[in-house]
Design a protein around this ligand. Structure first.
Ligand SMILES: Cc1cc2nc3c(=O)[nH]c(=O)nc-3n(C[C@H](O)[C@H](O)[C@H](O)COP(=O)(O)OP(=O)(O)OC[C@H]3O[C@@H](n4cnc5c(N)ncnc54)[C@H](O)[C@@H]3O)c2cc1C
Length: 411
């Protein structure tokens, strides 16, 4: 055999060895993953029975209706000045009942030129304290040239001052973390979606300082990053916290390793690359495109749906929830008080009402605040996703509902 032939033979043997090694490795990984999936399925059932994650019953509302809160402090949270925290204390001086980290407050704002209070929800952005709470609000710019900027968020930024009184409904919402558990958990935030996620993180580590928590937080650059020092402080104090800040378009002054960990978005590839194989619960809050990519991505990865918890800050219907059959096309909806009849084709009843010129209330547009609750005179509705708000019998939430039968609504 020539020297060249021998060299080729050696290379071939090495190649075959490498292929066998990679194949065995992948097969082992696949076996481990299947075993994990099976264990997760069994564990999910056990845990649901034990009530450890996350089906703890919601406590009753901490107070009925609107309650006055005084603004005690304002604080800018990002270098760009687009996110401001508002610290609130009950105006009656009484202590605050607790809330579950991840829940939100509902505000009723009297704005000039608005016939009725504008209703908006804002997540509580820190762990519960007995004498105050905090929300952190991002200024919403016009969605397109010619449109007005966000009414509530800009009102908060431009007009709400220390000493002002605000009308607030009790904490609510089903997107919350069980801090009594020490099960490993993955928290994923995009942009202003960090508010409930930070609350979960701070509360989880305060309750169980050694808990394994993975936190992925995606923003465009260092100017947009909020709670920077607070997050860094938590990571420094808690070795169980794995903090992964992802900047999709870092500025030249943003330093990798100091200000952020990864250049790029938080996506399913990043999670798969970083996370060990464990039966995690995932909590996701971020902009609609991120959620639409991450939530189905987690399911495809094999995470059972019962372990994926998420909240959107606006109208967001994710594909996993669009399991409702597309029926009802052309069903007639009559709005009795307005004397309007329209045929439903697509979207929510709220969109149908607005497009038909029916004057209806709306707030969060995502089933949280109850502002669009409307009495059903006759007929039935169907929900694309389960509303957070407890709908009163005989009523529906227009923002999430669509007709199941012909409908008559008291609007
Ligand atoms: C459960 C929950 C928790 C939340 N938590 C937070 C939080 O912690 N922090 C936070 O900052 N936000 C949070 N939000 C979002 C918040 O409730 C508001 O939706 C947000 O502040 C925007 O309200 P706005 O009144 O400022 O804007 P809006 O006045 O509702 O306007 C929103 C956008 O619509 C555009 N617009 C206006 N008119 C039209 C038109 N005719 N056609 C098309 N577009 C139009 C505007 O230009 C603007 O860009 C949360 C929402 C929910 C549901």
């Amino acid at each position: 055999m020539t020297a060249q032939g021998l060299l080729l033979l050696i290379l071939l043997v090495i190649l075959v060895q490498l292929l066998v090694y990679a194949g065995v490795g992948m097969f082992r990984h696949w076996l481990a993953y299947q075993a994990l999936k099976d264990r997760v399925g069994e564990a999910a059932d056990d845990m649901a029975v034990a009530g450890t994650e996350p089906e703890a019953p919601l406590p009753g509302l901490a107070w009925e209706g609107w309650r006055d809160f005084r603004v005690t402090r304002r604080e800018a949270e990002d270098a760009a000045g687009n996110v401001c925290s508002f610290y609130l204390a009950p105006a009656d001086g009484k202590l605050l009942p607790g809330y579950l980290p991840g829940q939100f407050l509902t505000f009723g704002l009297d704005l000039p030129g608005q016939p009725k209070p504008l209703v908006r929800c804002y997540s509580l952005s820190d762990q519960a304290a007995p004498d105050h709470c905090r929300v952190s609000i991002k200024r919403v710019p016009p969605a397109a040239p010619g449109l007005p900027p966000g009414r509530s968020s800009n009102h908060f930024h431009d007009h709400v001052r220390v000493g002002d009184i605000l009308s607030v409904k009790a904490p609510g919402g089903h997107f919350f973390l069980d801090v009594t558990s020490d099960a490993p958990v993955v928290l994923v935030a995009g942009g202003i979606g960090i508010t409930p996620i930070y609350s979960m993180l701070a509360a989880a580590l305060a309750a169980r300082p050694g808990r394994e928590v993975w936190c992925f937080y995606g923003v465009r650059d260092g100017a947009e990053a909020v709670f920077r020092d607070a997050l860094a402080g938590l990571a420094a104090r808690h070795p169980g916290l794995h903090l992964h800040q992802c900047y999709s378009r870092p500025r030249p002054e943003d330093v990798q390793g100091r200000d952020y960990r990864h250049a790029g978005r938080v996506d399913i590839e990043r999670l798969r690359l970083e996370l060990p194989l464990k039966p995690f619960h995932f909590y996701v809050c971020g902009p609609t495109p991120m959620m639409e990519m991450l939530v189905p991505g987690l399911e495809e990865w094999g995470v059972p749906p019962a372990r994926i918890h998420y909240e959107a800050f606006g109208p967001a219907t994710l594909s996993r929830r669009a399991a409702v059959p597309e029926t009802g096309l052309g069903l007639a909806v009559t709005f009795t008080q307005s004397g309007v009849r329209a045929d439903w084709q697509a979207g929510s009843l709220l969109e149908l009402a607005e497009a038909s010129g029916v004057k209806v209330e709306s707030g969060c547009r995502s089933g949280c605040c109850g502002a669009c609750q409307t009495a059903i005179v006759s007929g039935e509705v169907i929900y694309e996703q389960h509303p957070e708000y407890e709908v009163e019998p005989g009523n529906c939430l227009l923002c999430l509902a669509r007709p199941r039968t012909e409908l008559v609504l008291a609007a």
